[in-house]
Design a protein around this ligand. Sequence first.
Ligand code: PMP
Ligand code: GLN
Length: 382
Amino acid sequence: TNAIFTGVPTTVFEVMSRLAIEHKAVNLGQGFPDVDGPEELRRIAAEATVAGPNQYPPMLGLAELREAVAAANRRFYGLDIDPASEVLVTSGATEAIADCLLGIVEPGDEVILIEPLYDCYLPMARRAGAEIKLVRVAPPDWRLDRDALEAAFSERTKAILLNNPMNPAAKVFSEDELALIAELCVKYDAYAICDEVYEHLVFDGRKHRPLMTFEGMRERSVRIGSAGKTFSFTGWKVGYISGPASLIGPVAKAHQFVTFTTPPNLQKAVAKGLASDDAYYEGFVADMTAKRDHLSDGLARLGFPVLPCEGTYFVSVDIAGMGLGEDDVAACRTLTVDAGVAAIPLSAFYPGKNAPKTFVRFCFCKRPEVLDAALDRLEAYL
Ligand code: PMP
Ligand code: GLN
């Protein structure tokens, strides 16, 4: 059947946000901050809008943003990226993922996805003609098993799509796990499409390490970032891809027919943002760590078993035995409609069979008073 898009449901983020609005629930479902990013960057975008030009920028992205992406690769990861041929600016990481799949995958190629997975991966990969191989990781530690991963690779593997830090698992892949993925990519001559939108959201002294920095991976990886996540401008939809010219070339061919370009005023502001001092990046992590602890501690106090959160801006809880409904989907409905707090069922991230059905994800990048209001509502309901 080629009816994949007619068979694909509306994304869970939109469904839950609509339900949250309808029931005036505190929305801890869809992941977005409730405080906009730095005012200085908003002013740059505003001034660039007034001053213009507001016409098509270069297809690969403004030179100043491509240079800023290359500089950030060097500064944070010691990666040597050529801004002229190894960076592509996109309209959000979502477009970047689509471009990478369309540019790299040929119909019939196998693509490996790790479950639970971000919801656009599977329909987009299928649409690109991929045959999907799913590898599952399980809570609480979401450990990647060597045998399971090795079993997914074959001579037909074209690429693995890796989300690190991982939404919704809130996992940061260990050095060992990344080394294993790199080893198998090299062994099977496969590419890695690395969705690293949460690269600057890792906690407790962890440091993000791109798969691209592992031996043999520089020439076979593309790395995706998002200004939505790094600067709290999810509505801007500015993303960027770094990778070897041999991959950026075909990926840019997809980009030229998907959006062609990204608004120049926003690109200007994001270029400035990427060059922010350490205080910005450190302050961002410190603020999000406090929010994570605020919500995690609050949920634990209410009796929810809370899973660890190493990165991203999500925490998940086990709702088994909490009396919220027969499964996570029912529980999220109850939480939104009756308790007044929207959340996301983790089963939405599992296209495979026999998904766990007792986990619910909350987004914590909200003001303290909003987190308190959500916790108060939950307490009143439970
Ligand atoms: N990848 C992951 C893992 C995400 O959680 C998100 C969500 N925002 C995206 C990609 C999409 O990013 P963008 O808003 O930049 O398109
Ligand atoms: N990435 C966000 C999340 O996981 C949602 C983005 C979207 O709505 N597409 O909640």
